[in-house]
Write a protein that binds this ligand. Structure first.
Ligand SMILES: NC(=O)C1=CN([C@@H]2O[C@H](COP(=O)(O)OP(=O)(O)OC[C@H]3O[C@@H](n4cnc5c(N)ncnc54)[C@H](O)[C@@H]3O)[C@@H](O)[C@H]2O)C=CC1
Ligand SMILES: CCCCCC(=O)/C=C/C=C/C=C/C=C/[C@@H](O)[C@@H](O)CCCC(=O)O
Length: 252
C-alpha cells in the first residue's frame, strides 16, 4: 500500500520517535494529524513541519491518550480536517517506573488499548471506515526481559499480545484492517536520555547503561524506515518488527 494521499493519525507525535514517524509519512506524500498531550511541543513541531511540507497535509491536535473524549476529538479532527483515516500509529508512551509506575500502565497500556479500539472502530469497513493499518509501538523490552523497568517491560509485552489478539479477529481482518507491532531497542530520544539520568525511575540504571553500550542506540530515522515498511507491506499483517542498532531488523 502506498502512503501517498493517505491520512495518518500519530500519537505522541510532538517529539522523538513519533515526530520521526510523522515526518517519514509526510515525506512519502501522506497527510498527518500530529497528536500529543504536550500542546507547546506539538505547536512547535507543527510550525516546523508546515515550513517543510504543504500546510494542508499536516495538522496538530492536543490529545492525551488516557482521555477517551480527547481521542474522540482527535479521530474526528482527522476526518473533518484531513478527509478520513487510513493509518493509525499508536506511538505515545512513557518510561516512568518507581513511585509513578501506575502512570506507565495508564499511558502505555490503557491509553494504547483505548486508542487501538477507537482506531479499529474508525477503520472497519462495516462501521463506515475504509479499512487501513494500525501500528502499535511496543519495544524490544517487551520481548527480552531486563532488570531495569519491570512495569515498562510488562506494558510493552502486553501491547504485543493485545495487538496480536485483535489481529487474529476475523471482524478486524474481514473488514480491511491490518495491525502491526513495532519493537525497537534503544532509540536516541529524550525518553532514553531521561531514563538513564533518573536513577530513581529506572531500577539499576547502571545495567540500562551497559545494555545501551552493548545493543547500541539508533537514530529516530531508522525506526521511521521500519514503520514505513510495516505500513506499506500488506503481507506483514500481525507481525512484530524488531529493530536494533546492533542486530538490524527482523520479524517475529
Ligand atoms: N526511545 C527508545 O529507546 C524506545 C522507545 N519506544 C517507545 O516509543 C514511543 C515513543 O518514545 P520516544 O519518542 O522515545 O519518547 P519521547 O519521550 O521522546 O516522546 C514521547 C512523546 O509522547 C508524548 N506523550 C506522553 N504521554 C502521552 C499521553 N498520555 N498522550 C499523548 N502523548 C503522550 C510526549 O509528550 C512526547 O511527545 C514510546 O511508546 C516508547 O515506549 C520503544 C522502544 C525504544
Ligand atoms: C531504560 C529505559 C529504556 C526505554 C526505551 C526502550 O524501550 C528500550 C528498549 C531496549 C531494549 C533492548 C533490548 C536488548 C536485547 C538484547 O538482548 C538483544 O541482544 C536482543 C536482540 C535480538 C533479537 O532479535 O531479539
Amino acid at each position: 500500500m502506498s502512503v501517498a494521499h493517505k491520512v495518518a493519525l500519530v500519537t505522541g507525535a510532538a517529539q522523538g520517535i513519533g515526530r520521526g514517524l510523522s515526518e517519514i509519512l509526510l515525506k512519502h506524500g501522506a497527510k498527518v494529524l500530529l497528536t500529543d498531550v504536550n500542546q507547546a511541543a506539538g505547536d512547535k513541531t507543527l510550525a516546523e513541519l508546515t515550513a517543510k511540507y504543504d500546510q494542508s497535509r499536516v495538522a496538530f491536535v492536543q490529545c492525551d491518550i488516557t482521555k477517551q473524549e480527547q481521542l474522540e476529538t482527535a479521530f474526528a479532527t482527522a476526518k473533518s480536517q484531513l478527509g478520513g483515516i487510513d493509518i493509525v500509529v499508536n506511538n505515545a508512551g512513557i518510561g516512568d517506573e518507581g513511585d509513578r509506575w501506575e502512570n506507565t500502565v495508564d499511558v502505555n497500556l490503557k491509553g494504547t488499548v483505548k486508542a487501538t479500539k477507537m482506531a479499529i472502530d474508525n477503520l472497519r469497513k462495516d462501521r463506515g471506515g475504509k479499512g487501513g493499518v494500525i501500528v502499535n509501538m511496543a519495544s524490544m523490552a517487551g520481548l527480552n526481559p531486563n532488570p531495569c523497568g519491570p512495569v515498562y517491560c510488562a506494558t510493552k509485552a502486553a501491547i504485543i499480545m493485545f495487538s496480536q489478539c485483535w489481529g487474529m479477529n476475523p471482524d478486524v481482518t474481514g473488514n480491511g484492517v491490518r495491525i502491526n507491532i513495532l519493537a525497537p531497542a534503544f532509540v536516541d530520544t529524550d525518553l532514553v536520555k531521561q531514563q538513564l539520568q533518573k536513577g530513581k525511575d529506572v531500577i539499576r540504571p547502571d545495567i540500562a547503561a551497559m545494555m545501551v553500550e552493548r545493543v547500541g542506540i539508533m537514530p529516530v530515522e531508522q525506526v521511521a524506515e521500519a514503520l514505513l515498511e510495516l505500513v506499506t507491506d500488506e503481507s506483514k499483517h500481525n507481525a512484530v518488527l524488531k529493530i536494533s542498532a546492533s542486530t538490524g531488523k527482523s520479524y517475529q
